[in-house]
Design a protein around this ligand. Structure first.
Ligand code: NAD
Length: 486
């Protein structure tokens, strides 16, 4: 296996990064590009031995990093952000080659956001505090202590963005990290290791292990030295991780799938509603937050559909490196087959494909809108994770809320309405971690983020991230000369 590969002109090390050194494995797995299905390179295939080595490195590096003053930790995290900013072009092209999402959005949105993840949590850490308070003259002092080594496991749909949204607060809090990126898009995590080392992050503070979740996952998540596990991915994997973490009762943060509704009321600005709906095809629909269930009030359903179809059929599907492309390929042939399975079963069950409903060339799936779908049908209840939307209609607010809340998920919801009182009323009744009113995907890092029901456990973001990544401690000090122990 070559230790380094050339990905669109960028050198990427294919080995693990453990204790400040590159480490190879005996085995490898093949990483392919969704753009043409061709292999990009052979990547180190870690197992229990690499998991053990990475956790040991994180454990050994922990005391010194935890004792590093907050201001110094923050300085290094800002240096990591500088490094990301310097390499935005390289990160963007490597990510696009690896996961097929649009180059222009990686360049202009995603990679700057990766840098922001580090800056934001570095700064938030410095602001983090808690007023001391008194109990019968005793001083209560609450401190945010680093918890220890953290295992962070991430998916392929927004690899570096989702990884750094965990890595940054975990490191800022004074923890050390073992990051396990997804096997379908492992490359930018390796570049992050290079950037962090150049920024002066001490050896062992950030470790990156590559491999299949089924082979390396359990050794990471059941390890007794691991103090936190943060996972973003699917519900079935979350169940396995929760079972594995149960051995040590390791605290878990789980950011999982969704089947989010997008509600369009008759009083909405219909063009805005259509724009919001078409936006759900972004990243070929491989977005956990996507509002894939369009719920439209009956009087405007026909007009909404007409405008939606006009706009959606004008989207350009193609090479994600091309500036003019709106929708790229799906991540993997297996994902494509999964998507098509959902659609064909829905059609067999009586759904109508207003647009799409079929595979395109290579790993492309045609943007699809299905109508005539029952609330209890598979395609309405299960996450497809592809460019597939369903459309149902509702008669009134009551029915809208019932349909919106009628799945096992609760990640997000989007409302299009011209009546802000209605928006407040409906938002209050929705089961969702985030509700957007007349907008979508506006995400401030200080807001709590996560899902209800099967969409997740816990919240991260701003202070909530530090709630999770820290051990909160209250120290109660008696006043001088105090004798009463009662
Ligand atoms: P996945 O669950 O298949 O894999 C996610 C990660 O878990 C990968 O790194 C994988 O290697 C690892 N893994 C697999 N088995 C493991 C095991 N037994 N132990 C430990 N780790 C293991 O998910 P995916 O297909 O990569 O991602 C898509 C899913 O992620 C969708 O359901 C999507 O909704 C969800 N997602 C959620 C959010 C959110 O913030 N809520 C964001 C993005 C994606």
């Amino acid at each position: 296996m070559a230790d380094k590969i050339n990905v669109a002109g960028v050198t990427v090390d294919t080995r693990h990064w453990i204790g400040g050194r590159r480490v190879a494995s005996v085995g490898t797995f093949t990483d392919s590009s969704p753009i043409d299905g061709q292999p990009i390179g052979e990547i180190a295939r870690g197992g229990p031995a690499e998991a053990e080595a990475a956790v040991a490195a994180a454990r050994d590096a922990f005391p010194a990093w935890a004792a590093t003053p907050r201001t110094e930790r923050a300085r290094i995290l800002h240096a990591v952000a500088d490094g990301v900013e310097k390499r935005i072009e390289e990160l963007a092209i490597v990510e696009t080659t690896d996961n097929g999402a649009l180059l222009r959005s990686h360049r202009r949105g995603v990679m700057p956001r990766v840098a922001h993840n580090f800056r934001f949590f570095a700064d938030w850490l410095l602001e983090l505090g808690h007023e001391d308070f008194e109990t019968r003259g005793h001083r209560n002092h609450v401190s945010w202590d680093p918890a220890g080594p953290c295992v962070l496991i991430t998916p392929w749909n927004a690899p570096l963005m989702l990884a750094t949204w965990k890595v940054a607060p975990a490191l800022a809090a004074g923890n050390t990290v073992v990051l396990k990126p997804a096997e379908w898009s492992p490359l930018t995590a390796s570049l992050l290791a290079d950037i962090a080392a150049e920024a002066g992050l001490p050896a062992g503070v950030l470790n990156v292990v590559q491999g299949y979740g089924a082979e390396i996952g359990d050794a990471l998540t059941s390890h007794p030295d691991v103090r936190r596990i943060s996972f973003t991915g699917s519900v079935p994997t979350a169940r396995r991780i929760a079972a594995s973490a149960a051995v040590n009762l390791t605290p878990l943060s789980l950011e999982l799938g969704g089947k989010s509704p997008l509600l369009v009321f008759a009083d909405a600005d219909l063009d805005l509603a259509v724009d919001l709906a078409v936006e759900q095809y972004d990243n070929a629909g491989q977005v956990c937050l996507a509002g894939t269930r369009l719920l439209v009030e009956e009087p405007v359903a026909e007009e909404f559909t007409r405008r939606f179809v006009a706009k959606a059929t004008a989207l350009r599907q193609g090479d994600p490196r091309d500036e003019a492309t709106d929708i790229g390929p799906t991540i993997h042939l297996r994902q494509l087959e999964k998507i098509d399975g959902f659609v064909q079963r829905a059609i067999d069950a009586g759904a109508r494909a207003v647009i799409g409903g079929r595979r395109g060339d290579g790993q492309f799936y045609a943007p699809t809108l299905l109508t005539d779908v029952a609330q209890d049908s598979e395609v309405v209840q299960e996450e497809v994770f592809g460019p597939v939307l369903t459309l149902q209609t509702f008669a009134d607010e009551e029915e809208a809320v019932r349909l919106a809340n009628g799945t096992r998920f609760g990640l997000a919801a989007t409302l299009a309405t011209g009546d802000l009182e209605r928006a407040e009323r409906v938002a209050a009744r929705l089961v969702a971690g985030t509700v957007w009113v007349n907008c979508f995907f506006v995400r401030d890092l200080q807001a709590p983020f996560g899902g209800s029901r099967l969409s997740g456990v816990g919240r991260e973001g701003g202070t909530w991230s530090f709630d999770f990544y820290c051990d909160l401690k209250n120290t109660v000090t008696a006043p001088k000369g105090f004798k009463d122990h009662g």
